[in-house]
Design a protein around this ligand. Structure first.
Ligand code: GCB
Length: 609
């Protein structure tokens, strides 16, 4: 009996600690707030046994009565008799943002827990709110400020934030993150992927100082089906009614005032006829100001329409061909996650060099800055969540996690003109639990944003020489988009694949999400020799012939811009933990197939002028 009582108490206590965490709603446009960067050198402790988290009975320190005892206390020995078996100050440092795998040889293959600590000074002011904002931590983050737990976040590619107003000290503060990139079957993604499981604080960290009634979120976009009706949504964090919000776009001489409703929101439409539309050829962004009594936010927003009509994709009413390439969030030259604007520009410039007007940011949300750069550089974007391969379709927690990641992506990037597609997943195997999982995600995406297309990278199967797409999820999404590896995983040599035909059930624009094959940069042989640049070149030439048989073909994102690291790729000579399907090698050299695609895209550009 007592035992049961104790158990109930423990459950209540842990629920209490879970729900008292101050994770707040996602904040729009962090860069335009008053922020202190917490990037830079962080001290770190590698903790494979999670010694800094659990006591010797394997009970978490942070759920004990005192809440202390873990590494997050950031203790230092005060006198010579004191026993403390860790010390952040004497531990090595790594760069944040940055994955740990590419920063220490010892950590290249490490999966597990690493503690990271950053000290910073603050002078908090009365009447202000303070948030600690993480742009991404892979995968599970436990965050502590001055020894107090702020909360937990799961998901390696989306931002999160905690209200630290009552924990921030004047003077020195200690921010500690327990980052754990252990792969688990019920997570998103699951245990099996074809990319490197880079761990750590991979994107920017900020301390934001915010006024009372701060603007938590806003959206300014053309409404669905209109090229001259703009809609402004604004949400104040504390739901204050009767606050005046002014929207200004100086270049358009547009100034409008609105007042928040009883929930602290604005949702207003108005007509504006003199818009210069955003497109890859004319990536027009307007300087936009959203001002309340307490703050002024600046953004750069483009306006464009995107829709499908039978087999066509219409951008600003005109049929387009998506000349794309898939990209991972990885710099092949570093063999690590993209860390800076320079890294991101390099990747997108490579796509532009290939005559692309479109990129698939696979297989998870990329950096917000990447999407802003795409806005600026004129590249349309397919944005995706890591619902990849065979995940736990029947686990409600897994679904909730996928839905949260999709929501966070859409909330973050909904003002970016470049983003035209929300992708809800990649190569998910047919089954009825999967269909309901994916259909619900498609509905979620549409519910959050009805102005963009919703898609997924589907799979095909073959009967004889026919490549068949007959996935019932096709009914729920706007594009026929699938991965097709003729000439690499099946279908014979590159020259044999042109004898295939397609049977596609849906009358929608076809956008091929992947095809490709591996080539080791600098390895030359005849076109039937695997791993050679000539094989990959022939494969691209013949894929283009094969895909041109599809009347409704309106674009593609071959796999992939650059070689990337993957633990699945183990051939000791040709792969060495690299997936070699890049059109650019890990030294940044363009392979022969790069030029095949570049030529083809030039033709398509002329055709769709
Ligand atoms: C795919 C996956 C992609 C892999 C690629 C490959 O279908 O979507 O993540 O990296 O194939 O190289 O096999």
């Amino acid at each position: 009996m007592l035992k049961l009582k104790n158990r109930v108490l423990i459950i209540c206590f842990s629920l209490l600690t879970t729900f008292s965490y101050a994770q707040v709603n996602s904040i729009q446009n962090i860069q335009s707030r008053k922020i202190l960067s917490l990037n830079g050198k962080w001290n770190y402790i590698v903790d494979p046994y999670e010694n800094g988290f659990y006591d010797y009975r394997h009970d978490p320190f942070d759920q004990s009565k005192s809440g202390s005892g873990g590494f997050y206390d950031d203790k230092v020995q005060k006198n010579k008799t004191e026993l403390i078996e860790y010390n952040f100050d004497l531990s090595p440092q790594m760069n944040v943002p940055g994955d740990w795998n590419s920063q220490s040889e010892k950590l290249e293959l490490y999966e597990g827990t690493v503690w990271l600590r950053r000290k910073f000074n603050a002078q908090p002011e009365k009447g202000k709110k303070y948030l600690v904002y993480f742009s991404a931590v892979n995968y599970e983050a436990h965050v502590y400020l001055n020894g107090k737990k702020l909360g937990i976040h799961k998901g390696g590619f989306t931002p999160f934030q905690f209200d630290v107003t009552d924990k921030l000290k004047a003077g020195e503060n200690s921010l500690v993150v327990k980052a754990d990139n252990t792969r688990k079957p019920d997570e998103i993604p699951t245990v099996n992927t074809d990319w490197w499981n880079y761990g750590g604080i991979t994107r920017d960290v900020f301390l934001a100082e915010l006024p009372n009634h701060y603007i938590q979120d806003y959206k300014l976009q053309l409404i669905k089906g209109s090229n001259n009706t703009l809609k402004l949504d604004v949400k104040l964090e504390d739901a204050t009614a009767g606050q005046e919000i002014t929207l200004t776009i100086p270049e358009l001489k547009l100034e409008k005032k609105f007042t928040t409703d009883s929930e602290g929101k604005i949702s207003e439409q108005f007509q504006w006829n003199r818009l210069n539309f955003w497109s890859p050829e004319n990536p027009k962004l307007y300087a936009v100001t959203i001002k309340s009594a307490t703050e002024t936010l600046q953004d750069k927003i483009g306006f464009r329409t995107i829709e499908t009509k039978e087999n066509n994709i219409l951008l600003n009413g005109k049929s387009i061909f998506l000349r794309g390439i898939s990209i991972h969030d990885e710099n092949p030259l570093l063999a690590g996650r993209l860390r800076s604007e320079g890294d991101m520009r390099m990747m997108l410039q490579w796509a532009k060099d290939m005559n692309c007007n479109y990129v698939r940011l696979a297989h998870y949300p990329h950096n917000e800055e990447m999407v802003r750069l795409a806005d600026e550089m004129g590249l349309l974007v397919w944005a995706e969540v890591p619902v990849y391969w065979t995940i736990s379709w029947e686990n409600p927690g897994t679904y909730a996690n996928a839905k949260q990641q999709l929501t966070d992506l859409i909330v973050r990037d909904k003002n970016r003109a470049s983003v035209i597609v929300w992708s809800i997943g990649n190569e998910t195997p047919l089954s009825s639990p999967r269909l309901s999982f994916m259909s619900n995600l498609a509905e979620t995406a549409r519910g959050l944003d009805d102005t963009r297309l919703v898609a997924a990278a589907l799979e095909v199967h073959r009967e004889g020489k026919t490549i068949i797409l007959n996935d019932p999820l096709g009914d729920k999404i706007d594009l026929v988009s699938f991965n097709e590896y003729a000439g690499w995983y099946w279908g014979g040599t590159p020259s044999e694949i042109t004898s295939y035909n397609f049977d596609i059930k849906y009358n929608k624009p076809v956008v091929i999400t992947e095809f490709g094959g591996d080539a080791l940069g600098g390895f030359h042989a005849d076109e039937n020799t695997r791993w050679s640049e000539e094989y990959q070149e022939a494969l691209y030439k013949n894929q283009i012939i094969l895909l041109s048989k599809i009347d409704a073909l309106r674009g593609m994102t071959p796999w992939i811009l650059a070689d990337f690291r993957s633990p699945r790729r183990q051939h000791p000579v040709y792969q060495n933990f690299w997936n070699r399907k890049g059109l650019i090698s890990e030294t940044g050299k363009k392979k022969k197939a790069f030029f095949v695609l570049q030529d083809y895209y030039k033709q398509m550009q002329a055709k769709y002028k």
